[in-house]
Design a protein around this ligand. Sequence first.
Ligand code: NAD
Length: 435
Amino acid sequence: MSPDLLLPTPPIVRPDKDRFLQEENPFEAMMSRFDRAAVLLDLEPGIYKVLRNPEKQIITSIPVMLDSGDVEVYTGIRVLYNTSRGPAKGGIRFDLNVTLDEVTALAAWMTWKCAVVDIPFGGSKGGVVCDPLQMSVGELERLTRRYTSSIIQTLGPDSDVPAPDVNTNERVMAWIMDTYSMHVGHTVTAVVTGKPVEMGGSRGRREATGRGCMIVTKRALEHLGMPIKGASVIVQGFGNVGSVAAQLLEREGCKIIGISDRTTGIVNPKGIDVESAIAYVAQNRTLAGFTKGDAVSNSEMLTCETDVLLPAALENVITTKNAKHIKAKVICEGANGPTTAAADAILDEKGVFVVPDILANAGGATVSYFEWVQDRQGYFWAEDNVNKSLTTIMERSFDAVLDLSTQHKVNMRTAAYMLAISRVATVHRLRGVYA
Ligand code: NAD
């Protein structure tokens, strides 16, 4: 087993309470886009009602024995939004800001994301309200195992398959897989994805979301007739998604002129050497003190002159306050929900080409699907196969969304929602209503 498993990787993000001083509630933001697409699709009222509501919401109390010997009780949530196209798929986050609204929005996003890339999964999400930074590894393990046993009725390779999300990682997935396997009496690797490769994880999974962002950014630049070589790129967030996207875009010939994390933004119009930034973060955990450019604030960085802006950190960072100042020609949404619904209209007016989150960051869900397939077959692919298959799916999905956007004269976000919702609605029509 990799010694990495003994360490809490990736670095845990400190919960940011300001995240909820937002322009919009995440569920309402998701629903306003859903409603727009539903009207354009002329969705029948029955299916509209079904798709506007989550299938199942579980709220559970999780007692955990702390190292001190005291017992603390945490709140755990799991939402299965829609399972018409297959088992629910969606990550689990450990964060003080977890709410039922947020988890439900993220579960719906997973439903649309899996449908946009046409993988046979529905959507779910889960979370536990806790501050993992304040907990020991033993406490986190007990929390994870008790949460798993609380939602065990919904879990399973055929029903609901979790994955890592904010503040959870490969090791947490290993604990979930082990707890589930102990309950059913045999090893079931396909119950979670994002596992360590040594126990049924997929090669290429860690890089998959960033790789998917690179693939669709290239496709967007090609579509707009902008050369990839020398295209300037600013990446917000330098974690799993942002650092890999920056690294792969640099390899394609783009010039990464801005990167940031929660501590600082770094801008250098001549280009930043991404490999050295990754090495710096590996050693120092953050970009603070990285000197290969000028330090700017995160908000300043978003409005710098650039061809591509790739937000890969948090929700609701492009709002009505800053959208009018954005100078990027292309926005590739690596993060979930980085643009508020109200800011969409401003970006449209300015002619910014936005590759929406449910398409741009679907690489992770896609390779999770490959992981689930590999686990079920007991046959594991070479990394090259994973990457080629991911490229095929991302390019095909981008093209399908672009076609729809041209056909209906709508932006890429509305087109992506239309494609996703029509696929889920078709399955509901075929399956009928069981009453
Ligand atoms: P991560 O924890 O690895 O990295 C997050 C990065 O954002 C870190 O560099 C952090 O310092 C930075 N950050 C935090 N607050 C910031 C702020 N205020 N300003 C600028 N940077 C800030 O997380 P990740 O896995 O890379 O996920 C990033 C986003 O992508 C999230 O929205 C996540 O939901 C989404 N996403 C991730 C995956 C995946 O496979 N990891 C898949 C789909 C979507």
